[in-house]
Design a protein around this ligand. Structure first.
Ligand code: ADP
Length: 190
């Protein structure tokens, strides 16, 4: 099993690069943002809670997101591995993920941190907002999401540094060039 965490601030290209990783390495994609957006569309209680928080640029509570993950992992069979996109977003989520995988005889094999500076993030997300229709891609919410990232999510970097599986990736330039750097890091594991 190959378990990859794709990490980075909002707008760093996690979703875009996940698509290429899936195509090239045959992994299963788990995006907590996509799962929450589906719940919002379905109008479920979880969706209602998620919408109220996402629109403010805040995180969904750890217990809720960890429960979602646990259920999702139980539905997987016959997979080569998973790419975790948008999770973990807090140190508690990272510790919970380790526990969940360890209890299944697995672990995270590599954490890829897409590094992009703040100005470019805002620029990309504002552009995406013009086509995505995502209610959180507006300047006020984007700034809040980046703040939440810096305070609650960035500490996850140290967690994976201490696990010895941290890989920073330059997240700017051509999409293909970024993917080449990612592919090289993943291939080096085998
Ligand atoms: P982005 O990385 O562009 O911000 P995502 O689609 O990953 O977008 O997430 C959108 C929103 O969904 C987040 O701002 C947050 O409110 C919520 N969310 C997604 N994943 C998590 C998570 N692991 N923990 C808490 N909240 C989450």
């Amino acid at each position: 099993m190959l378990n990859v965490v794709i990490f980075g601030p909002p707008g760093s290209g996690k979703g875009t690069q996940s698509e290429r990783i899936i195509e090239n390495f045959g992994l299963t994609h788990i995006s907590t943002g996509d799962i929450l957006r589906k719940e919002i569309c379905a109008g479920s209680d979880l969706g209602k809670l998620a919408k109220s928080l996402i629109d403010k640029g805040q995180l969904v509570p750890d217990e809720t997101i960890i429960e979602i993950l646990e259920k999702k992992l139980d539905t997987l069979n016959n997979t080569k591995g998973v790419i975790f996109d948008g999770f973990p977003r807090t140190v508690d989520q990272a510790a919970a993920l380790k526990k969940m995988l360890n209890s299944r005889g697995q672990d995270v094999n590599i954490m890829l941190n897409l590094e992009v500076d703040r100005e470019e993030l805002i620029d990309r997300l504002l552009k995406r907002g013009q086509v995505s229709g995502r209610s959180d891609d507006n300047l006020e919410t984007i700034e809040q999401r980046i703040k939440v990232y810096e305070k609650q999510t960035a500490p996850v970097i140290d967690f994976y540094k201490s696990e010895g599986i941290y890989h920073p990736i330059k997240g700017t330039g051509e999409i293909d060039a970024i993917f080449s750097r990612i592919a090289e890091a993943i291939s080096a594991l085998a």
